[in-house]
Write a protein that binds this ligand. Structure first.
Ligand SMILES: Nc1ncnc2c1ncn2[C@@H]1O[C@H](COP(=O)(O)OP(=O)(O)O)[C@@H](O)[C@H]1O
Ligand SMILES: [Mg+2]
Length: 288
């Protein structure tokens, strides 16, 4: 059971409360646990073409378990394209061709015999614009567990819905109106509902594509706080156009430019001591 594994590994995490206090910009990086990170997703020589367009070029990247990896870079550099490679969302795009190797816990994500629906349950996704189903708050969260046959009976389903909403930091705000439409919530609440919906099917990885760019600063701060909590149980990859956000929430940062993965490293190193002049140029605002 993924859940049992999550709980077990979460139990082995060192107490983050024992970490030293650090300046805000490097808080995420410094909050990394002292144990060696385990690679969850291993990508090698990943190339993506949209027809003739070579959108992603020879990308090698390891995503560590229980960390937040931020993908940054100017618009059109391939961040969303790479994100979608990890749960095969590019499969649904006409004329999109992916080559190379991506493994999840050693399993080839592109194995033709792999069940893509199962893969997307293991590797969930949250999009830029909150997209709740036109259903009740309860049904938004219950939908996935139902179609995946995760819950045996109503009380187990209730429990999953409550637990997912709690983990998404939303239960308190919606507990008295679970039967009201999800679309009636504020933007920030809708985004947390989408996170609850992703969590409900016991994912191991959550991919987020600019999850805060449609939100106000207060809703953004709530989601950022939530992302930091979620990494205890999940592995997170987030695309963000905000370097401040990458610095706040991530432990590792990957900088993309014109389809190349230019540089990846500890978030603190990328923002304070980048090795590549293109990374330097981007983080100092010379282009982007
Ligand atoms: N569905 C698509 N069809 C054709 N080209 C695409 C498609 N999606 C993205 N691209 C192109 O691939 C490149 C990378 O896009 P994308 O991954 O969306 O960049 P980012 O998320 O970094 O802004 C861009 O040049 C974009 O125009
Ligand atoms: Mg994008």
């Amino acid at each position: 059971m993924p859940n049992a594994t999550q709980t077990a590994s979460a139990g082995q995490m060192p107490d983050a409360g024992g970490q030293p206090n650090v300046p805000e910009a490097s808080a995420g990086a410094a909050a990394r646990p002292a144990v060696a990170a385990r690679v969850k997703i291993h990508a090698r020589d990943v190339n993506v073409h949209y027809g003739e367009k070579h959108a992603l070029k020879h990308v090698d990247l390891d995503v560590n378990e229980h960390e937040v990896t931020a993908l940054i870079g100017p618009s059109g550099c391939g961040k969303s394209t790479f994100l979608r490679c990890m749960n095969r969302m590019n499969d649904v795009i006409d004329n999109c061709q992916v080559t190379g190797s991506i493994t999840l816990d050693g399993t080839d994500v592109y194995d033709p015999s792999l069940d893509v629906v199962q893969l997307r349950a293991r590797v969930g996704m949250v999009f830029q614009k909150p997209n709740p189903f036109p259903k009740s708050i309860y049904e938004n969260v219950a939908y996935g567990p139902r179609i995946h046959g995760i819950a045996r009976g109503k009380s187990e389903l209730d429990e999953i819905v409550h637990r997912s909403l709690t983990r998404a930091g939303l239960l308190k705000e919606v507990n008295d109106r679970l039967n009201e439409p999800g679309t009636g919530l504020s933007g920030g609440q809708q985004q947390r509902l989408c996170i609850a919906r992703a969590i409900a099917v016991n994912p191991e990885v959550i991919l987020m594509d600019e999850p805060c760019s449609a939100l106000d600063p207060i809703a953004t701060a709530k989601i950022e706080e939530l992302i930091d909590e979620l990494r205890e149980n999940y592995t997170i990859v987030i695309v963000t156009h905000s370097m401040q956000q990458a610095a706040r929430v991530s432990q590792r940062t990957a900088f993309f430019h014109l389809g190349d993965l230019v540089e990846v490293g500890d978030t603190e190193q990328i923002f304070t001591n980048p090795k590549d002049s293109r990374t330097q140029g981007y983080i100092t605002g010379r282009f982007g």
